[in-house]
Design a protein around this ligand. Structure first.
Ligand code: 5AD
Length: 344
């Protein structure tokens, strides 16, 4: 099999384990061929402009104790916070002023913020007419239904790792229950996002191939891959970080096999290497998340590092330009017209 055969099989959408494994490992010229194909698919699928979304990290309380994340409940060193509805809506106004079409509310798994979320969703719709994206963790179906009824449009729940035993070992919770949540979200009409962490301790190549296969099987509306970053105040703080090259290869695989999804260009790429997010766009990503969390809270929302890379609007716009792309100005639900940006 040549790389051209592998890419053809990937584009048909049902790649074998062997094909995925070979593509995951590509380097040098062949890796560039993979990225080129991803850009071509993005162009042909009509999703070649970059969607901006504005994230507000509304609470860093968390019920869970994931070994990779410093917001885990046993971390007593972290000062916890929750934003008020008034604070959130004032920030949404800034997102709207910057002509960013998506208000993205993110938190640790903190059911205590559900009332606040329920209060702000209708206000965001009524006052600003923005698309509402949530990333709040696992909830009963009835809570997801209530948020949808109030106007929430989409929801991110990453599976992180697809091995049930691996997932339980590092999160002490059930992967099946998490996947049930994703199913409920989809049934309720949300656009769903998911994704995985590349290079988690305990992950081998077979596991990573399974992760890619699960993401393809879920056929999400958006999908991301994030390199693992060893975080202070976690059991994994001395573990080696994930591979940027492998993460980029996975983004390209998602783009080619799934064609149309929004693929976020996560800030962890830039944290791992300066210019990492330009590489993410060149590998097929088409979303940049601009951080609108007030500065004092940013370092307390330490999902992968106290010194995480916080994406501002200027960084997002210059990254888009450096990749030869353009910003999408319409709402993400509007079909994009083919874009003249080069695919070379
Ligand atoms: N390294 C990489 N990604 C991480 N996330 C959380 N902690 C880490 C880490 N140490 C990602 C997870 C989570 C998202 C909010 O951040 O995928 O879903």
């Amino acid at each position: 099999m040549t790389i051209l055969d592998d890419l053809a099989q990937l584009e048909e959408g049902h790649p074998s384990r062997e094909v995925i494994e070979r593509l995951l490992k590509l380097e040098g010229d062949e890796q560039q061929q993979l990225f080129h194909q991803a850009r071509e698919v993005r162009y042909r699928a009509g999703v070649n402009r970059v969607t901006l979304r504005g994230v507000i990290e509304i609470s860093n309380h968390c019920q869970k104790s994931c070994d990779y994340c410093a917001m885990r409940s046993p971390n007593g060193e972290l000062e916890r916070y929750r934003l008020t509805p008034g604070e959130i809506l004032a920030i949404v106004a800034q997102i709207a002023e910057n002509k960013i079409p998506i208000a993205f509310l993110q938190a640790g798994q903190d059911p205590a913020c559900d009332e606040v979320v329920a209060e702000v969703i209708p206000e965001i719709k009524k006052r600003f007419g923005l698309h509402v994206l949530l990333c709040l963790g696992e909830r009963p179906r009835s809570t997801y239904a209530a948020f949808a009824g109030l106007g929430a449009d989409s929801y991110i729940l990453k599976f992180e790792t697809s091995g049930s035993a691996h997932y339980r070992a590092i999160t002490r919770t059930s992967l099946a229950a998490r996947l049930d949540c994703l199913r409920h979200l989809r049934e309720l009409g949300y656009a769903i996002g998911t994704g995985n962490i590349v290079g988690l301790p305990g992950q081998d190549i077979d596991q990573l191939v399974d992760d890619v296969l699960l993401a393809l099987k879920l056929e999400p509306d958006f999908v991301s891959a994030s390199p693992f970053i060893a975080n202070q105040s976690t059991p994994f703080e001395t573990s080696p970080q994930g591979s940027l090259a492998t993460t980029l290869n996975i983004l390209a695989i998602y783009r080619i096999a799934l064609r149309t999804p929004l693929i976020p260009n996560v800030s962890a790429l830039e944290k791992i290497e300066v210019g990492g997010q330009r590489l993410g766009l060149e590998a097929g990503a088409n979303v940049m998340t601009v951080n609108f969390t007030p500065r004092p809270y940013q370092e307390k929302f330490n999902i992968y590092s106290k010194q995480r890379f916080v994406v501002g609007l200027q960084h997002a716009l210059s990254t888009i330009e450096s990749a030869g792309m353009e910003r999408l100005r319409a709402s993400p639900t509007v079909q994009q017209a083919p874009c003249p940006a080069s695919i070379g």
